[in-house]
Design a protein around this ligand. Structure first.
Ligand SMILES: [Zn+2]
Length: 435
């Protein structure tokens, strides 16, 4: 148990927390252009016949030198900085073998990965507050890569959130998502396409532009719990029920079946919240890092917990990935069992939201109450859907990153209630998303 909790902290911290680990500016441009992985050199870029140019600054692109065609020295494009942190061997290069467009692209390759990430960074800048932006690039890679929103304040603080992820694509593919520029602190913002595993990632044709809102008919709030901590079905459920609301509980079957584990709710308590009308979802059978499993093991994790929850009395419409960890293979198999996936990617869900990419606000010991209020206000202002993720609720703050003081939980619920916002379980929110 200790080990899985530790892992949970490690992975979710990397995913969601305003991480205390600064991305150290330790540039390591390649001294000599590295050879492309052989699997890639045979790939034919889709757009090589008529290379598209990314939007220019005059057309609203906030990224300078977006096609990385302009040089600043021998091994580096202007306005881009190579960066990595952690334990790994990273090579950040400016390459020219089969670019998506123009003559150049950015390359990141990593070997001997233990922790950290590597990426090229464009200059952080102030975005217009309370506005929607779309980030896009073209990429090719031999596995998953992540998009991390970076905020640096004028006073020197730094905050990070994992806001999106891409799948393996050996030929150039588009990566595109929307995000809202909240009034969250006074941020200079950059969006980093990072590699945090052994392998390679190439990017080209980068774009960040202001875009139009895609509101829902009304703002929505969901309160969700992962794992099945006892406190979530006692005080967590009681506070929701007091207000006439229903929550969503993503249950790891193995935790519910553990003998002598009073920190987890067991069958009787789970049946009680089912009877009270809360949503029951899956959180896998044994809480593994799903993307590390073989296809058969992914299916077994999904199938056995689906069957278990159904046996207890409710078919789980949705899943919340343990540690927020998924890949294209996990996503594909998930679609065979569930109607949606709640990820650990951070952000608001607007009308464009993908049911298998639902984004959240993780509540950790780092999260302040005013930050929670800002998310509620943002959902209200933009008429979008905010999904809060809790784990354990306790009288005070413990050692566990995912323990939330009950007082903070109640403050959030009171605030939502004062604002008279609709609180719905995730499966209900999904219906409004589709309407
Ligand atoms: Zn979990």
């Amino acid at each position: 148990m200790q080990r899985s909790l530790l892992l949970l902290c490690l992975v979710l911290a990397a995913c969601a927390q305003p991480t205390p680990q600064p991305a150290q500016p330790s540039p390591k441009p390649s001294e000599s252009p590295s050879a492309l992985p052989s699997a890639v050199s045979s790939a034919v870029p889709e757009a090589s016949a008529t290379p598209l140019l990314p939007l220019s600054a005059a057309e609203g692109n906030l990224i300078a030198n977006p096609g990385v065609e302009i040089a600043s020295g021998v091994a580096r494009p202007e306005d881009w900085t190579p960066d990595f942190w952690g334990t790994q061997s990273a090579n950040l290069a400016w390459e020219s073998s089969e670019p998506f467009s123009g003559k150049k692209y950015l390359s990141v390759s990593v070997q001997d990965y233990v922790e950290g990430d590597a990426k090229w960074i464009f200059k952080a800048q102030k975005l217009q507050e309370n506005s929607w932006y779309e980030y896009s690039d073209y990429y090719r890679s031999d596995g998953r890569s992540r998009m991390i929103w970076g905020c640096s304040t004028d006073s020197g603080q730094r905050f990070f959130r994992t806001v999106w992820q891409t799948h393996q694509s050996k030929s150039w593919a588009q990566n595109k998502f929307r995000f809202y520029s909240s009034s969250f602190r006074d941020c200079n913002i950059t969006m980093m396409h990072v590699l945090d595993r052994n392998g390679y990632l190439h990017t080209d044709h980068h774009q960040m532009v202001k875009t139009t809102p895609m509101p829902l008919k009304r703002p929505l709030v969901s309160i969700t719990f992962d794992d099945i901590w006892t406190s979530s079905v006692t005080v967590g459920a009681a506070e929701l029920e007091k207000r006439g609301w229903k929550g969503s509980y993503y249950i790891t079957g193995k935790y519910a079946r553990l003998p002598n584990a009073p920190q987890y709710a067991h069958v009787d308590e789970i049946k009680k919240i089912m009877a009270a009308g809360h949503e029951i979802g899956s959180h896998s059978n044994t809480h593994p890092l799903m993307a590390t499993l073989t296809n058969n093991d992914v299916i077994a994790e999904l199938q056995s917990n689906y069957d278990y929850l159904k046996f207890l009395g409710k078919t789980p419409e949705g899943i919340a990935y343990p540690f927020g960890d998924f890949s294209d293979q996990v996503e594909t198999e998930t679609k065979r069992f569930h109607q949606y996936a709640r990820t650990s990617l951070v952000g608001l869900n607007d009308r464009s939201a993908d049911p298998f990419r639902l984004r959240i606000v993780p509540v950790t010991t780092e999260t302040t109450t005013s930050e929670l209020f800002t998310w509620v206000e943002d959902a209200e202002k933009t008429s979008t859907w905010v999904i809060f993720l809790f784990h354990d609720l306790q009288p005070g703050v413990g050692d566990f990153t995912y323990t939330t003081p009950v007082t903070q939980y109640i403050q959030l619920l009171d605030y939502i209630e004062r604002k008279k916002l609709a609180v719905v379980p995730v499966n209900q929110g999904l219906k409004e998303l589709k309407n």
